[in-house]
Design a binder for this molecule. Structure first.
Ligand SMILES: Nc1nc2c(c(=O)[nH]1)N[C@H]1C(S)=C(S)[C@@H](COP(=O)(O)O)O[C@H]1N2
Ligand SMILES: [Mo]
Length: 212
């Protein structure tokens, strides 16, 4: 009981710290961000390396500024609380896909397990194809953020990042790391793969934060 209370209090503190953002234009009812066009289907975009999934050796590690570092195997990950959601996906190359149906673990459930410290401000995501991407922690506290392992009612395909990808629907697609294997909580920011190459640090499509 006591630990549960502690976890809840820590979570409340965390949410309060970050619940200060101005409403985005998405919240004001504009569904298609500026400069985007709706595409049919769901294109595949990545660096061309599609890592093979081995459920025996797969791990999701959570490290850095957390009270509880984690190394979850596949069964442990699948036992976390789950939800389904429909969301749109906006790629910086100007295509948007509407109404994708995802299943997975709410990012919040992971925060509850790992308990980021008060020093945690940024997050680096690590993928099995050596891709990385960075985010301010507050962007991951939006309630649309999902650790997604199902798409359209089926196990997430390798080409779309299976077995596990992050999904951050309110930011450009490059923040939604496919083949996710590591989440590092950090006090300071550092650029990921595309951010190092000029992409924006946050990537809000409604503000067209495409490039720095
Ligand atoms: N690991 C990894 N994740 C990645 C990428 C990548 O190359 N490697 N590309 C990003 C980019 S630029 C986009 S637009 C989306 C595309 O996701 P999709 O292929 O499922 O449409 O994945 C993002 N996540
Ligand atoms: Mo992209």
């Amino acid at each position: 009981m006591e630990t549960t209370d502690k976890v809840i209090r820590a979570k409340e503190r965390l949410l309060q710290r970050f619940r200060k953002q101005a409403p985005r234009s998405a919240d004001r009812g504009e569904r298609l961000p500026p400069g985007q066009r709706v595409t049919r289907g769901f294109p595949v975009l990545d660096l061309g390396i599609h890592p093979r999934f081995d459920p025996e050796t797969w791990r999701l590690t959570v490290s850095g500024e957390v009270a509880q570092p984690l190394s979850l195997n596949w069964d442990e990950f699948r036992a976390l609380p789950r939800r389904e959601q429909r969301s749109d996906f906006h790629c910086v190359t100007t295509w948007s896909a509407y109404d994708l149906h995802w299943g997975g673990v709410p990012f919040e459930a992971l925060l509850e397990r790992a308990q980021p410290t008060d020093r945690a401000r940024f997050v680096m995501l690590y993928s099995a194809d050596d891709y990385t991407t960075n985010l301010p922690l507050d962007e991951l506290l939006h309630d649309d953020v999902l650790l997604a392992d199902e798409l359209a009612g089926e196990a997430l395909s390798t080409e779309h990042g299976g077995p596990l990808r992050l999904l951050v629907p309110h930011l450009y697609g490059w923040k939604s790391a496919k083949w996710l294997t590591g989440i590092g909580f950090r006090e300071t920011d550092a650029p990921g793969f595309w951010e190092e190459r000029g992409y924006h640090d946050r990537g809000d499509p409604w503000s067209e934060e495409r490039y720095r």
